[in-house]
Ligand binder design. Structure first.
Ligand SMILES: [Zn+2]
Ligand SMILES: [Zn+2]
Length: 313
């Protein structure tokens, strides 16, 4: 059931990376995991199914792929059915820590689009943005935020000092600081603590209330006790948590964070975009178990929430 040929450049890239990883010494499991994740993405993006491991191919032949596609399609259909035709909030993953949230307003979190090879969204296709939120000043988080705001007239939200100087020219900027809250035309934004070292400025996380739904974007935070306060103060519908390890929480820490925050859904992020943060989201899913529902989104995929109330048009 091929849908799209794999571009030759991607294929060559893939082979070069596999050869590189196959020759590396050290933790073999990590190299195998990385190769498997790269292969998964190739299959997912171009052919339409996910490679689930050598042992299954050997044991069950080609048929399981067709089964898994059918299962996946019915799952997605059910998932869409639960969302109302209107009045829903759609959370779309852009890869890395980037999300587009569409409800009665359009928001972006850390939109790293240009140069993000896993992002399936094209910057030219971004037509509207009301608010663009940046967690911290590392390049893969600031991403295209300034450009999106310049093009769409959207408001940039970030820590005090983020839009200083030339780069902030022509951008409407709302500065915030940790512990603060603002209401931007019906979107309530709380800037919360993130235990992470930014490039030159402190890092932050956000709790955003849109159409009655509560979204938490953790940025690159480490695990810390204060996450329990977010779980106490808010009924979080969806928490976007880093699981890549090394620069922030790994799967184990993120699973502990889920226990503290108690969100309805968790979307893992900040993994897989470079070898140092390669992780298997299924391992994270197993660690979270019954505490919350983990939705692993491939770049371009969305989670749809029922809006609890829709703001004025
Ligand atoms: Zn960072
Ligand atoms: Zn980061």
């Amino acid at each position: 059931m091929p849908q799209r040929k794999i571009p030759i450049n991607d294929l060559v890239n893939f082979i070069v990376k596999v050869r590189y990883h196959a020759c590396q010494e050290g933790d073999e499991k990590r190299h195998v995991l990385f190769i498997r994740t790269m292969a998964n993405r190739m299959f997912q993006n171009y052919i339409g199914y996910t490679y689930r491991g050598e042992h299954r191919i050997k044991a069950r032949g080609e048929q399981p792929f067709a089964d898994s596609v059918a299962r996946r399609k019915s799952y997605e259909a059910r998932w869409k059915e639960t969302a109302p035709a209107e009045g829903c909030v759609k959370v779309k993953f852009l890869g890395h820590a980037g999300f587009q949230v569409v409800g009665s307003r359009v928001l972006f979190f850390d939109p790293f689009i240009t140069g993000n090879r896993w992002c399936t969204t094209d910057l030219g296709a971004v037509r509207g943005a009301d608010v663009v939120l940046v967690t911290h000043d590392h390049p893969h988080h600031v991403g295209d935020s300034f450009e999106i705001c310049r093009r769409t007239g959207g408001t940039l939200v970030g820590i005090t000092g983020l839009a200083e100087g030339e780069k902030g020219r022509g951008v409407r900027f709302q500065a915030m600081n940790l512990g603060g809250k603002i209401d931007l035309d019906g979107v309530v934004i709380h800037m919360v603590q993130s235990v992470h070292v930014g490039k030159t400025l402190p890092a932050a996380g956000y709790v955003v209330e849109l159409d009655g739904c509560v979204l938490y974007h953790a940025g690159d935070t480490a695990l810390f006790e204060g996450l329990g306060q977010i779980g106490t103060d808010f009924e979080v519908d969806v928490a976007c948590l880093p699981i890549g390890d090394r620069f922030g929480m790994g799967p184990r820490e993120a699973a502990r964070a889920v226990e503290l925050i108690k969100p309805r859904f968790v979307v893992p992020m900040h993994y897989g975009t470079r070898p140092e943060i390669e992780q298997d989201p299924d391992e994270f899913r197993q660690l979270v178990a019954e505490h919350s529902e983990v939705r692993v989104l491939h770049p371009g995929e969305s989670l749809v929430l029922n809006a609890r109330k829709v703001h004025r048009p």
